[in-house]
Structures are given as structure tokens and as C-alpha cells.
Design a protein around this ligand. Sequence first.
Ligand code: TNX
Length: 677
Amino acid sequence: MAAATTMTRAGRRTGRGWLVVACAAVASTVVAMAPSAGARPSHPSAHAGPATSVIPKPVTQTMRHGHFALTPHSRIVVNAGAAAIGADLAARLRPATGFGLRVASGSSRPGDIDIALDRRAAVPGDQFAEGYRLDVRPAGVTLRAATPHGLFNGVQTIRQLLPAAVAGATRRPGPWTMPATHIVDFPRYGYRGFMLDIARHFEPPSAVKRMIDEAAQYKINTFHLHLSDDQGFRIVINGFPRLTSVGSQGSVGTDGRTMDPGGFWTQRDYRSVVAYAAKRFVTVVPEVDTPGHNNAIIMSEYDDTANPLLDGHPQDINCSRNNPPKWNFTGDVGYSALCPESANTWTILTAIINQLSHLSPGPYYNLGGDEVPATTLSQDRYAALVSREAGIVAAGGKTVMGWAEISSPGTRVPPGSIAEYWNPASGSAAGTETATDAVAKGMKLVMAPANHAYLDQKYAPHVPANIGLTWACNSGCDVDQFYNWDPASYVSGIADDDVIGVEGALWAETIRNRSEAEYLAFPRLPALAELGWSPRVTRTADSPAYADFLGRLGAQGARWQAAGTNFYPTPEVPWVLTAAAGTPRTSSDHGTSRVSGALATVFAPGVAVADVSAVVHWGDGSTSAARVTGAGPMVNRVNRGYAVRAAHTYVGRRPGHITVTITAAGSAPITVGVPLR
Ligand code: TNX
């Protein structure tokens, strides 16, 4: 590791110490493997390496002999408590398999997936009631859990045990097999979070839902929604129409980037996201950042003199460096603040807190609290504001959550409040006191140190191009950096039970669309998901745990390609070359028969189409080269699955199936069988 360098976020230092961040200049330890170098044959009976690629790694997993195969006759058999989960699984598996997968009650038959809520299935040691027991045998699959959330988690494991192509919308012949295995599983932490900033760059509910779905597959159970910042306020608050009519109309870069004009959600939109997340056992945590990061609120309400809820002089909310306030659509921080002495501040904040609390069934309300330099608001006034706001949050029935600065001197927050630690400082370095002070105040911690958990940071000095910040990762933060740390021992003096979990934070100053957001989130978010779920082990660049994780991560690329999820095909990961059979056309005419069209799809993350080739063994003694076509990789966009096409005419009877051998740069060849109808 290179010598530690000290960097500052946005190049400023303040009394509260948030900008003084020691950043270890961690070289992304590039594991000596070319992209796809660790690729394994796609057929489960012929593999070397990890038998299954489940992320997060289950607590216990035993491999058994043989496979289970889903067939057109398979049913999802459920008891009363599992009906919704079973229906959801069936809906997930129908598009790619084309099977009916009837959801039925009663007793299961061979070939079925049997899912039951069963109090007796509770897993010892499962403090958070999220555990499950999964049995995959050649004769059938049995999933049991004591809670619906446990069943949901087990279903995510089932999905990952099936071939990658099951994640796609294209109907394929399969075979849809799962290796026989026994899993007993439950999480290490109860809070496994993903944060998205829709303030710096707006995304509509549809895109956010999709990202929640992508995260939930890795058993992420908390979605922290950063709804407001200097550049935009993103949700309707009744009584304060200017918060959206004025406050939502920009984004970072709006001045020069007319492509990103901002936007907002209605409360109905928000409810629909909450409901969508709840179906995936994901709790939404709303955040309206205060007292800093507040220019959008101040710009909206400063001139709201006719609002009957305010006193006619709302200018007194403004404690920013600029008076009157002015828009700033750069990524600047630290210049804006709400005044704690203004009654109007409290009228506005109370409305926001109460309405968002009412709309959010989860236990938390996040009041922000980060990055207010003492030169903008003194520590006393910062503490006064946070303390009073914490009281309003608590009176509304929510647990207070905020960035770790809310533990700073003078604040009073209810014990059990949550501080999210984001400083990259570790050990007992300057800056870590926000974590130790929080614990001293009876708070719990969510760990999101920027150099291990900030999904907006670049992977490598110039990767991705054009997007991603570097302040916490001046030599890049690739998968190794996200995986190789321990939330419980990151800051000295913190115990494991002071920590309730981890979170990956996707700030959006540089992001323009969902594709770019996904490129930054994957494959790093699954690393954090595993830290949050799987048992504590030694995780370092040369640890067995990391090598094992990379192998499992390598298998996810094909799933993301099949699903159309963008990701960065980092060279740190041995991406697994995978092929899925297609459904070529067949026709017969006067004793000859012809096969043509798409024989298979190849998933080769990061490999250019020119570096993939395929040979077809037609089953009549002849072979021929196939055409491999498809898009990418492109800038900040992973390649798609490649289509393998060829045509052949048989004289006489054609065989029941053909085989295609695929070769990609850096991988051993793989073979896929393609049935002919
Ligand atoms: C710090 S960490 C911020 C955000 C920025 C982010 C960029 C924290 C609580 N505040 O306002 O978007 O860095 O990486």
C-alpha cells in the first residue's frame, strides 16, 4: 500500500473537522488475472472452482450430489404465509423459462419448489428474523423461514442458484438446473443500506424502483433516499409549493448542462416507491439534509412572503454565506445553512419531517447534519438546530438518523439514534471522534467510510471516464477496497454491537442517468452487501475470503448482462464466460431440414465482440464457424450479451440438439448444447 496522503474534501478545513480526511492512497490491488481469465465452463457438472456463486455468502452451505431441474411441470407450492413470496418467485422465473409455474397449496410433488412460512424454522443466532433454510435436492427444493423476510431472502438465493439467463426476459430452453445444496443462512447486521442522491441529479420513481430491485437481490434491506441538497429539493411538501416549483428546477450542472433540468416526486410517487421497496423487504429512509446542504430550501422559501404558514418574513431562515441567497449549481459545499433562531425554519422543517415521517412506514427519519463549517454556522448554533430537530423527529415517532457529525459537541439526540460514519479516517485518526462521540452519546453506527463505501468514487484514476469523484479515493477504489475492511474494527474503540450495519452511498454530482448510476454501483454494492450479511472473517487483498468473493462475483456479470443492468467489468474480477442456449428456427422441406438464427447468447463481460468466436458442431459430422454479433463495450457501458448465429441444412434426419463451442479472449472455451425443435 502506498504511503498515506492527506486529502481534503473540496479543499477546505473547518472547526468540525469534517474536511480533514486522511485518505490512505490505496492502489487498487489488481489481482493478476486478465478479464475472464478465471472463466469456467457454464455447465454445472463440469466446473472447477466455487460450486455456487451466491452473494452474500451464506453462513453455512453444504454441497450435495446431483442437480434439481425446473421443468414445465414444476409448481411453486406454498402455505398461507408464503403465498405472496411464492407468486413473486413464479413471476420472476416465468419469462426466461417460459414455464407456467403454477402457485399451488397442499403437498409438493417431485420437481416442485416448496415454500413455507414456519415458525419452527427460525435459525439459531438470527437476531434480525431474516434467516432461512434452503434444501435443494434432485427431487425438489424446500425453502423454510420463520418470517416472510426470511423467505424473501431465501428466494434471492434460489434465483442466484439458477443459470444466469434466468435474469433475462428472453425465453430459453434451459436446462434450468440448480446444484443440490443445503443452506442455513442469516445476516450479521440488521441494516444493509444503499443510498441514492436524487438531489444532485434527479431520477424518476421508475428508475429508482429498478435500482431498489437490483440492490434487493443482494439482500440489501434499506434504501436511504437523499431527497434534498443545495441544488435541488425533490418531493412535494403540502403547504410549501415553492419547495418544488422553485427548489426542484435545477441539478448539479444545470447551468451548463441543459440536459439535467431537475424534477420532483409527488407524495404519491414517494408512496409508490415505499410500497415497491416494501414488497422487497426494503425499508425506505427519507433524508432532507439540514442545517447545511440547504440552498434549494432557502432559495424556495426566502421569498415565500405570502405563505400563510410563515410569518411574512421568511428571509430570516437564511444563515448562508450569501445574503440574499443565490443559486449555485456546482458541487460546492458548506456555504448554505438554515438559521436555528428563525421560527420560519421550524415551521418549514416540522412540515417536512411530519409529512415524510407519515409517508415512511420504516423506523428512521434522517435529518442529515453533514458538512456545516463553523464559519457558516457556529458549533453552538449547529448543535441547537440538530438537537431541536431531533426532538421533532422523535416526537413524530421516528428514530433519529443523520451523518456522524450529529454526534459533535453540544448536540442532544435520543439514545439509540443512528450516526452514519462517512469519514475515511480509520483507527484513532483525526475525524474518527464523530464515531466515538456517537457511541458515547448512546448512538448506534452505520458504517459508510467514503474510501470503502462511497459508490460515487472512481474505480481507478481515470475510470470511469467523465464520471465519478476522487476526493476519498485518489488512486481509485475498486472492488478490493469495498470488500477488504471490517465495519466493526474500522474505528478504534468501537465494538461490533455499536454497529448496526453498512451502507453504500451513491452521490450524484457527476451522474446523468441510471446507466451511469449502475456503472458506479455494480460490482461494488454487492461487496458491501456481503460485508453487511456474511459472518465476520479476515478480509484482506490476499485473504481466502476475498479470493472466494471474487470468484462468486465473477458469475454475477452474466446475470447483469442478461438483466440489462449496467456495470463496470473491472479487471479485478475473473468474469465468468457464460453461454445460454437460444431457440433457433427449424424448417423441413422434401427430405432436407434447415436450422438457422440465434443459436445461443454469450455473456463475456468486458470482452469485445471481435474477441469472441464460436464453432457449431451440427451433429451430422460437420462443423462451421458462427457469426458473433452485439454491442460494446462502450464508454461507461458494459457490453451486451452477444448473439451467436449460424445456419445449416441437413440432408435427412436432423439431430435433437447441436453444440456450440465458444472461445473468448482470456478464457478457456465453453460448450453449450442447443436443442432443436
Ligand atoms: C460528501 S458525506 C457529502 C456529499 C457529497 C459527497 C461526494 C456527506 C455526508 N456529504 O454531500 O455528495 O461527499 O462524494
